[in-house]
Design a protein around this ligand. Structure first.
Ligand SMILES: *Cc1c(COP(=O)(O)O)cnc(C)c1O
Length: 222
């Protein structure tokens, strides 16, 4: 199937209130243009250099999301244009994003990445660390960032009940902050689910899914 057909098929499976981020990592700009021409505008990349290179050559009405681990020293390259950073996992990184956003007279939308998987390799804060960050009074001093939501990745397993439990744990944590208006930021985005598990993520409350291979086919890591 073509990229456009894949896109339409996925869109037909997700409710209107769920945002689809097309994960374009590793794919050449020609393929991204196919997706653009099919009408899609929200693209996600996991590496800063690749994201910037694609941003530079593609149409400027694309909304770029960074979904992968971000090193503090690379924030400056995306600060002028990034629409949403899904993967904030430290106070130091948040401070740097705020500093770079100020330089460009912008507010940068961020999400805290929460470690929900039963795997050592995935980045993210645990629930306690995220709660501490959300409640820290220093956070109020960062005027050029906005925490809009939370992101999580489930364990890479066939065990559907485990994946569901992991998504649900994040949904329950998220609910505390999406309903509590006393908190500086009211969370409104819950980024969970990729090609293999996005329907399960939506069942468990996801409002934003990050889908790559179901749109573009398998990535060739060769
Ligand atoms: C690559 C990636 C995805 C998309 O994965 P697919 O299995 O290709 O849909 C989603 N989220 C993150 C953080 C990723 O790095």
């Amino acid at each position: 199937m073509s990229i456009k057909e894949n896109l339409l098929k996925i869109k037909s499976t997700i409710p209107a209130n769920v945002t689809l981020v097309a994960v374009t990592k590793t794919h050449p700009v020609e393929k991204l243009l196919d997706l653009y021409e099919a009408g899609h505008r929200i693209f996600g990349e996991n590496k800063v250099q690749e994201l910037v290179e694609k941003y530079e050559v593609l149409p400027k009405d694309i909304e770029w999301h960074l979904i992968g681990h971000l090193q503090t020293n690379k924030v400056k390259y995306i600060a002028p244009f990034i629409a949403l950073i899904h993967s904030v996992d430290s106070w130091k990184l948040l401070q740097e994003i705020d500093k770079q956003a100020l330089k460009h007279k912008r507010t940068i939308n961020c999400m805290l990445q929460i470690h929900i998987a039963n795997e050592e390799t995935k980045f993210g804060l645990n629930f306690q660390e995220a709660a501490d960050l959300i409640h820290s009074k220093e956070l109020k001093e960062l005027k050029n960032i906005k925490i809009v939501g939370l992101m999580g990745m489930a364990t890479n397993t066939e065990d559907i009940s485990q994946i569901s439990e992991e998504f649900l744990s994040l949904k329950l944590f998220y609910d505390n902050y999406s309903k509590d208006s006393s908190f500086n930021f009211q969370l409104s985005v819950l980024s969970m689910g990729m090609s293999s598990d996005y329907l399960l993520a939506i069942k468990n409350g996801s409002t934003m899914v990050r889908v790559g291979s179901s749109i573009f086919g398998n990535r060739n890591y060769g």
